[in-house]
Design a protein around this ligand. Sequence first.
Ligand code: MG
Length: 268
Amino acid sequence: MTAKARGRGAARVGGAGEPTAIVLRSAREIGLLRDAGRAVAGVLDALERLVAPGITTADLDAAAENWIRAAGGVPTFKGYRGFPAAICVSVNDEVVHGIPGARRLQGGDLVSCDVGVTLGGYIGDGARTFALPPLDDEATRLLAATREALDAGIAAARPGARVGDVSAAVQAVVEAAGFSVVRQFCGHGVGTSMHEEPQVPNYGTPGRGPRLRPGMVVAIEPMVNVGRYDVRVDANGWTVRTADGSRSAHFEHTVALGPDGPAILTVP
Ligand code: MG
């Protein structure tokens, strides 16, 4: 799940009770975060097998919640600031935070699934966009650019670098592909709370922002729009969609910074 970018009136990443300073995690804690991340990857793999024309987004939510609980975890998003479901499912022009419901998927849909799992008190956060065939050329390029932007952001997340290096790496890939990165929502630290410091925007300036240090754990999550980067939030208070109606994609990994470089935690 993405964080609302700090701006006028939004002083910090998290909600009540979430930490206000960057927390460095021990090797033991990173092991626990890896367990949670592995569960996230398992859920996303299961969702990838399920996504097909005719299935509802509520079906995906129910399957994900069953999978999470069978793994001994808790769906982190459920009840988070009142979010009513276990996962977020955002289709086509929906960017993030879509609420699962009666919508039936159709051929050609782009389906972004965002999954959070709390396991033993530690949280994994990850997202993928699945495409239902037939896949047009624009959608193919959108998914490739978003995946590549995430990879570039992760590669830039090396100790000694700064958050702005990650942000700029993501932005460069997206804009070179002719798409735009969402600015109102961003990645974030993750640990025992879902949204911790620092914020990790998907656009920015190299050499700026907090210094990256071993033990930091961050969710890097480019949200990429075919058209303009502006988004709006539905009356339900959650669903974020592109202002211009263009399609959007979202890929996210939870990443731990080791002394030698980044390690992706949301993998099987
Ligand atoms: Mg997130």
